[in-house]
Design a protein around this ligand. Sequence first.
Ligand code: BES
Ligand code: ZN
Length: 460
Amino acid sequence: MSVQSILAYADDHHPQFLDELKAFLGIPSISTLPDRAGDVHRAAEWLADHMRSIGLEHVQVVPTAGHPVVLADWLHAPGRPTVLVYGHYDVQPVDPLELWESDPFQPEVRDGNLYARGASDDKGPFFAHLKAIEAYLRTEGALPVNLKIICEGEEEIGSPNLDPLIYARASELAADLALISDTTILGPDQPSIVYGLRGLCYMEVEVTGPDHDLHSGQYGGAIHNPLQVLCEMIASLHDAQGRVTIPGFYDKVRPLSSEERVELARVPFEEDRLRQETGVPKSWGEAGYTIAERIGARPTLEVNGIIGGWTGPGSKTVLPARALAKISMRLVADQDPDEIDRLFTEHIRRIAPDTVRVEIRGLAHGAPALVERDVPAMEAAARAYEAGFGARPVFAREGGSIPVVATFRKALGIPTILLGLGLPDDRFHAPNEKFSLANFYRGIATIIHFHSALAGMPAE
Ligand code: BES
Ligand code: ZN
């Protein structure tokens, strides 16, 4: 088997691959919105049909208590490794919709980029795997490795129903390693392999005062304003050094080794780059750590949104009855999301004044993950990137979360290779999300090389 004919097939089919990806992206599979459940299901069925059409076997849409999981396999390479490819077909909400330059669910190519919700997170990168598989099966009639696929529809809400399914089907999913393209590389010509991902603990805090909105002149001064209470509590969650003040929050944080600090400093996340990518006047963060360390290796607390009071045009004098905040914490090894949920809840209860009622609810939770870097598959990934992108990858840590990585280690005992294909400016979760077509096509080639390198095939 030579990779040349397989790569040539992929090269010859770029227009077809693009049209198919556009069809996949056209389905608004937003997992967090109850109204979109039908679309999420439709995306799962679309994927399953597509998997069957390229020659994958045992394709099934498995129902869960939430959105379905799509499974498939191809297991005709006896004696060769088994790769478990994971992806997610669900996407984030699109608002604010008015900031999109084209409809988020009518994919459009502009300047070599494909714009759509889910283009880069994660439909495009996952689809690259299917296209690499198709290229093998259509040219050689075979893959050089055994392959299993698991694609879920709830990653963006913390994969609440995935772990039970993985534990229940552990023997069916058994593999030597997991392969995921749901991260970013450092730049178009600088691939990187992510070995650290943060976890997440997402909470909701609701403060209630009076049983209805009040005239702020009639009652203001004698009643504790729930929005003020909420803002004061939130403001107290960081100290002047940018550290989170919740007692015990840092207890389980694994310190960075000096080698890791040196390595992370090799590809510095510069102040300038941060300003350029985000438009902020200046960076901010925990004292004593570099930007790369703050994002990749330190836990944080973020206010995602605050709801309450009058926010319409003009002025309305009101003392609102309730206020709500959505607060999430990014976690690092070895913090446990359930323990952080408990510490957060206890702390908010402790600092809440007795002038209001406070309710605290836990939402999405996901564990952090650190992947071993000395497994043979890492070398296959490095060689594959080198062939696909023309440069040797560096190791990096990322601030985002993919809860299943920790589960694969715990439930199946396998490492995960994070073969990211996105770029830092792909606008994950934001308006005008895009996927670089160059990365799509190079990604397909990289995946083709990965399977061949893993199988021990000669490089050329
Ligand atoms: N693809 C992202 C994870 C990611 C983001 C990796 C940025 C690297 C850089 C994934 O789809 C995602 O957004 N995950 C959620 C998980 C959460 C709900 C548990 C996240 O990180 O917010
Ligand atoms: Zn995402």
